[in-house]
Ligand binder design. Structure first.
Ligand code: AGP
Length: 607
């Protein structure tokens, strides 16, 4: 939920660190801070608010040090404030630390340290770390050992950067369950929570595994395991253009990413479906293995979970295997009935969602094979899953997920076809027809995005509403859920999604004059039934908005948004686009920060 950046090299650290923080602000933006070392003195500047606020602090230009650490925060323990912002130092001002993660035993450690005469000046869990390091340094008189001993005491998740005033040319970094990458160029080393923040500086990286430690100096990097045994690491080169993480002339990242969907879907298709051949690099499951599978679990959070819902029926009808889609934070605590006959698929755009990764580890511990679907190269989930397959949507910076969702659904549809071919569980004609439909999706997305004036007009009509409802049946219900989440998270308008047939069982009591009800109708076999539900809400005064690819008698509806027709199994990839745009334009009408909505962060790396 937070972003950390570090630099050690020959240039002034502060502008490099600020630049890195700006690229990590989507991970959290409640407060920001920076520490640098010069002449064995640690300077620290930090404050509540965005990185811009930090950049304008008096003294920021006086930070001359070439070694530094920086942090942008999403508050977990302790409200957003100057005292709770990172970096945090020990009482003697010898160590400065930035941290991404949650220390679950921080109260116990705080008590221990207070009993050893340490004082605390913040409400954060993080503040125990520098003081614990100082405590061990007094005993060991060794920077590496004291950091390692402190880390071994921490329960929970951490990615930390530590600088020490008596070793001004060194930095120590360590991680467990939170992301951290080390970028290397000639005589400089960069550290960050993720690759896109560093790609403009370097495309060669080291990756730490959980509980490993790196000691970074201007000249080299040494790696250690949790027992301080020295280990070697290879440099990985990552192909990612730095301009792909910029706005390309769009007002907001979210709008850019909505319009990137044809390209994102095209590139995602291209990595696994070539003509009629399907091939997933790094995923090879035999017919013998797949034939033993009696259950597929698809586990994720938020939009990624909605993508799972959007492909559930496809896997079931094509592979003839029952599919359960579950929320990761529920799955991991419900003692799911899984074993070696269960195949578990985890979807995570960031590849860093704590609940999703924990749910994956649970499944592995019970003997299930695990496949991760992620959009971030070398993200943590790729190091936990048995197999991983990338969507190729490009960096998704806006907190509200759009192109990742459509890319996840298209990739998983291709995976369902892949399994069906191996299992021979569907007719060749059916499989080939769906492949043809998939290959047409990018142009259908382009057509959907050609003219969005009706959606902009609609947003002007409804942006001041306090409640909105989304309806759908079957696969359209899964899109209703996603449309409702998009609206909630970037417009702050209360909305709910219902299976249309459920209205009569209670929710219709909420319908009153002028309440917008947005209905998705793409499944020809269910359209008539859903129209009856729409009539019911119109009778009670609702403003009816229809998203459809069917030719309907529309005389009775207030707003119709037509989209290109697709096979029912693939319709979410197209029908979601008007809902993404509607949420976007409503948010713009309300003058909100679309890319960084309040209380949220792009990657939920804490429970
Ligand atoms: C989606 O718009 C939200 N930002 C959120 O629900 C997100 O999908 C969820 O946190 C899962 O993130 P992940 O895909 O990176 O795991």
């Amino acid at each position: 939920m937070c972003g950390i950046v570090g630099y050690i090299g020959t240039k002034k650290a502060s502008p490099i660190l600020i630049n890195g923080l700006k690229k990590l602000e989507y991970r959290g933006y409640d407060s920001a801070g920076i520490s640098t070392i010069e002449e064995s003195e640690i300077s620290i500047l930090k404050d509540k608010g965005r990185v811009k606020n930090l950049e304008n602090l008096d003294g920021i230009n006086n930070l001359k040090g070439t070694v530094g650490i920086a942090h942008t925060r999403w508050a977990t323990h302790g409200k957003p404030s100057k005292s709770n912002s990172h970096p945090h130092m020990d009482n003697s001002k010898s160590f400065s630390v930035v941290h991404n993660g949650i220390i679950e035993n921080y109260k116990e450690l705080r008590d221990f340290l207070q009993n050893n005469n340490y004082k605390f000046y913040s409400d954060t869990d993080t503040e125990v770390i520098p003081n614990l390091i100082h405590y061990y340094y007094n005993k060991e008189n060794n920077f590496l050992k004291s950091v390692n001993l402190a880390c071994n005491d921490l329960k929970g998740s951490y990615a930390i950067e530590v600088i020490f005033k008596d070793m001004p040319n060194n930095m120590i970094v360590a991680k467990k369950d939170s992301p951290l990458v080390i970028g290397k160029s000639d005589d400089e080393t960069f550290i960050s929570s993720d690759i896109p923040a560093l790609i403009s500086f370097t495309n060669t990286f080291y990756f730490l595994n959980d509980t490993e430690i790196a000691v970074i100096s201007k000249d080299d990097i040494s790696f250690y395991d949790s027992n301080l045994n020295k280990i070697s690491k290879d440099l990985t080169t990552v192909e990612l253009s730095s301009d792909s993480a910029d706005k390309d002339g769009f007002e907001d990242y979210m709008l850019k990413e909505i319009y990137e969907q044809p390209k994102a879907v095209r590139e995602t298709i291209g990595t696994s479906l070539n003509g009629t051949n399907i091939n997933f690099e790094g995923l090879s499951l035999s017919k013998d293995y797949l034939s033993t599978i009696n259950m597929i679990y698809i586990v994720a959070c938020g939009t990624a979970m909605h993508a799972g819902l959007g492909v559930k029926s496809n896997f079931e009808t094509l592979c003839n295997i029952p599919v359960v889609v579950d929320v990761a934070s529920e799955f991991r605590y419900r003692k799911p009935l899984i074993n070696e006959k269960t195949l578990c698929i985890y979807i995570s755009q960031s590849g860093e969602t704590a609940d999703t990764i924990a749910a994956l580890k649970l499944a592995k511990s019970k003997g299930a094979k695990t496949i991760a679907i992620t959009n971030v190269i070398e993200s943590s989930i790729t190091r936990e899953a048995d197999y991983y397959v990338y969507t190729h949507a490009g960096p998704e910076i806006a907190v509200a997920s759009t192109k990742a969702y459509t890319s996840q659904i298209v990739l998983l549809n291709i995976m369902a076809l892949y399994f069906a071919e191996i299992l021979n569980s569907s007719s060749k004609d059916r499989i080939e027809n769906i492949k043809k439909e998939i290959l047409k999706l990018p142009e259908k997305l382009e057509k959907t995005l050609e003219d969005v004036s009706d959606i902009k007009e609609l947003a002007k009509k409804i942006y001041s509403k306090k409640d909105m409802f989304f309806l759908g049946r079957g696969i359209d219900y899964t899109v209703a859920l996603e449309g409702s989440l998009k609206l909630k998270e970037i417009t702050y308008i209360h909305s709910d999604a219902y299976a249309a047939g459920e209205l009569k069982h209670g929710p219709i009591a909420l319908i009153e004059k002028g309440v917008p009800v947005i209905s998705i109708l793409t499944n020809p076999t269910l359209v008539e039934k859903t129209i009856s539900n729409v009539q019911e809400v119109i009778t009670r005064g609702a403003t009816s908005i229809i998203i459809t690819n069917q030719s309907l008698d529309c005389s009775n509806f207030d707003n119709i948004i037509n989209i290109p027709e697709t096979s029912a199994l693939l319709s979410p990839i197209v029908s979601v686009v008007p809902l993404q745009l509607l949420a976007y334009y409503v948010s713009k009408e309300k003058g909100l920060d679309v890319d960084k909505p309040r209380n949220l962060a792009k990657s939920v790396t804490v429970e």
